[in-house]
Design a protein around this ligand. Sequence first.
Ligand SMILES: NC(=O)c1ccc[n+]([C@@H]2O[C@H](COP(=O)([O-])OP(=O)(O)OC[C@H]3O[C@@H](n4cnc5c(N)ncnc54)[C@H](O)[C@@H]3O)[C@@H](O)[C@H]2O)c1
Length: 257
Amino acid sequence: MIALTGKRVLVLGVANSDSIAWATAQGLAMCGAEVHISYQQRFRSRVMQLLKENPSVVTSAHRCDVTKDGEIQQMFEAVGGPLHALIHGVGYAPPETFMKPIYEVTPQEYSDAVVISSHSLLRVTRVALSYMPASSSIVTMTYLGGQRVVPYYRMMGIAKAALEATVRELAVDVGVHGIRVNAISAGPIKTLSASALPMFDSMLEQYPQISPLHATITPHDVAKMTAFLCSDLSDRVTGQVLFVDSGYSILGAYPPS
Ligand SMILES: NC(=O)c1ccc[n+]([C@@H]2O[C@H](COP(=O)([O-])OP(=O)(O)OC[C@H]3O[C@@H](n4cnc5c(N)ncnc54)[C@H](O)[C@@H]3O)[C@@H](O)[C@H]2O)c1
């Protein structure tokens, strides 16, 4: 197991026990990190229940809507420093955008998806920087739909493409402070957000047949890669998109069934 003893980390985006952010919080705590989390107000009661059932995982939990500068500021002030890792497990596109041709997406829908899923990485980093020493790590979550067309993903695909470009630009600007930033591109995992995507279940069912490793992805697989990216083992890795997808993204065609 990777040792993160002495590291303080903040994981954004816990909604419930299925969230990638929750598995990440658990994984980083198991590695010895002091873990702080954030949640959106609408998930407060579920998150409080989760913390009650798992009292040893999290040191503090904070309400934070990434569109609200005041909540971001308050959260970082409450967590304080030093902060050795920031995990951005936040994503959103208006669900109606999954169901219509991409040219019907309104400016407001486009903006909401990109502001919440991509620009928020910059918004939280801007405040986090005052608390992050050299050698700290920032990790965000992306999906193959940011690089290839995945049925129904549409607006979220555009937001993930923007997020991956944001990671590269940010890597240069925080690199001068010795801070690295990377994205993990996970294969499909059944979570609250993912369930909003039409045909998600059939995508998931095909995964063990099609992917080179013939295995579905769990949030704990993502947590393991996050632990690596938070550790000194990855201290010369920045600006990258690392796939945790059983190799699915290397395929150019699917084997006949
Ligand atoms: N589940 C998958 O198949 C999968 C695959 C690859 C990448 N991802 C990405 O992983 C990340 C986490 O998603 P998940 O699958 O764990 O689902 P999830 O629904 O558990 O988490 C999404 C989180 O985003 C938060 N969020 C949305 N709008 C917000 C806002 N304005 N302010 C603060 N938080 C906000 C929600 O509260 C929630 O906690 C997302 O970026 C998602 O796109 C998911």
